[in-house]
Design a protein around this ligand. Structure first.
Ligand SMILES: NC(=O)C1=CN([C@@H]2O[C@H](COP(=O)(O)OP(=O)(O)OC[C@H]3O[C@@H](n4cnc5c(N)ncnc54)[C@H](O)[C@@H]3O)[C@@H](O)[C@H]2O)C=CC1
Ligand SMILES: CC(C)CC(=O)C(=O)O
Ligand SMILES: [Mg+2]
Length: 368
């Protein structure tokens, strides 16, 4: 199966961890007999420097024709004083919007070997397995006007949603809950925001179409607290853009590091952009120590959601699990003992686990 994959490494650690994803995907291709063709394009700060815009035309065109897109991260201090429309983050927001990638799936499932890597108590996080579904192309990040007024002394950002934008993400969340444990938590701020009251109404309307799914409404401030005190209470969480952005970084604490979390940004026809949840991590960029797991697991999500390669995705997840079980970890994971490794070393260990696994599978199937 030949697949055209667009790579958008972006800025900071984005470039370092994209190499990891490529290496893992090349290994999967040779182990499973697939062909992945990579096309690299600029986005974010790098694109501002080279093309004068965070989202060049040729990047947009390439993404439109791709089978799937992998993105590292964008942003950095160098571009922080640019006007809003010229910032690196606008490139990422722009590609999400242009491709209509309205559903951002952020699974938060700790790997057993990392239970003790979280600052939270083991018995609190044990067994937690959450899917955060974040609306990705509406709300405060896109609403207009968004501007300074009165010579800079006043400011407005706009939180705007159309009913249809809420309906499609809420439907997606109910469908996802059906494939898991049939429990949906809708997070909003309906005690204050009109947009949240409309969101809540739609969740209640839609719940009639999914009578097998239990629904709970939780206000976002309480949800932030419950996420780290009773994470086992959650199955699928659905929420709007800003709340989902914040809650997913918070939820990463359950897994030991923000560097562990992958995500898929998809639309209904399976086209998707896959990226780790974290940003360009300027504080560690260039040191070769970024945790590549969130990026590698994003590549696994790509195989599963865009290419239907479930077995290949599962092999990557197992190789990641095995690397952690063998005691390897990048410095962001606060683990006593074990073996601290660099981004490149961690990637090689995952690749080794993948190839060893295939060899032992081959031996098993040949001599069974
Ligand atoms: N999707 C994207 O491209 C995102 C981009 N950003 C941008 O990234 C830049 C930095 O933002 P921050 O607030 O610092 O968030 P960040 O997510 O880049 O970093 C937060 C903390 O997590 C650590 N971290 C993140 N990824 C890691 C990894 N793979 N391995 C080890 N440690 C990791 C960083 O070292 C830092 O201490 C900003 O310009 C921001 O706009 C932020 C979030 C998402
Ligand atoms: C545009 C991004 C920088 C927003 C973000 O933090 C994210 O999508 O996780
Ligand atoms: Mg974020």
């Amino acid at each position: 199966m030949n697949k055209q994959i667009i790579l958008l490494p972006g800025d900071g650690v984005g470039k370092e961890i994209m190499e990891s994803a490529k290496h893992v995907l090349n290994t999967i291709a040779s182990e499973f007999g697939h062909s992945f063709t990579f096309h690299q394009h600029a986005i974010g700060g790098e694109a501002i420097d080279n093309n004068g815009t965070p989202l060049p035309e040729d990047t947009i065109n390439a993404c439109r024709q791709a089978d799937a897109i992998l993105l590292g991260a964008v942003g950095g201090k160098k571009w922080d004083s640019l006007p809003g429309h010229m910032r690196p983050e606008k490139g990422l927001l722009g590609i999400r919007k242009m491709l209509g990638l309205f559903a951002n799936l952020r699974p938060v499932k700790g790997f057993a070997p990392l239970l003790h890597a979280s600052p939270l108590k083991e018995d609190v996080i044990k067994g937690s397995d959450i899917l955060i579904i974040r609306e990705l192309t509406g709300g405060l990040y896109f609403g207009q006007p968004s501007e300074r007024r009165e010579n800079g002394d006043a400011v407005v950002d706009t939180l705007s949603y159309h009913r249809s934008e809420m309906e499609r993400i809420i439907d997606k969340a109910f469908q996802s809950a059906r494939l898991r444990n049939n429990h949906l938590t809708s997070v909003d701020k309906a005690n204050v925001l009109e947009s949240s009251r409309m969101w809540r109404e739609i969740v209640n309307e839609k719940s009639k179409d999914y009578p097998d799914v239990t629904v709970e409404h939780v206000l976002v401030d309480a949800a932030a607290m419950k996420l780290i005190t009773q994470p086992n209470q959650f199955d699928v969480i659905v929420t709007e853009n800003l709340f989902g952005d914040i809650l997913s970084d918070e939820a990463s604490v359950l897994t030991g590091s923000l560097g562990m979390l992958p995500s898929a940004s998809i639309r209904s026809d399976g086209v998707g952009l896959y990226e780790p949840v974290h940003g360009s991590a300027p504080d560690i960029a260039g040191k070769g120590i970024a945790n590549p797991m969130g990026m590698i697991l994003s590549a696994a999500m790509m195989l599963k959601y865009s290419f239907g390669m479930e077995e290949e995705a599962a092999e990557i997840e197992e190789a990641v699990h095995d690397a952690l079980e063998q005691g390897y970890h990048t410095p962001d994971l606060q683990i006593k003992g074990g073996k601290q490794v660099t981004t490149k070393e961690m990637t090689e260990i995952v690749v080794d686990n993948l190839t060893t696994k295939s060899v032992s599978n081959f031996i098993c199937s040949t001599y069974a």
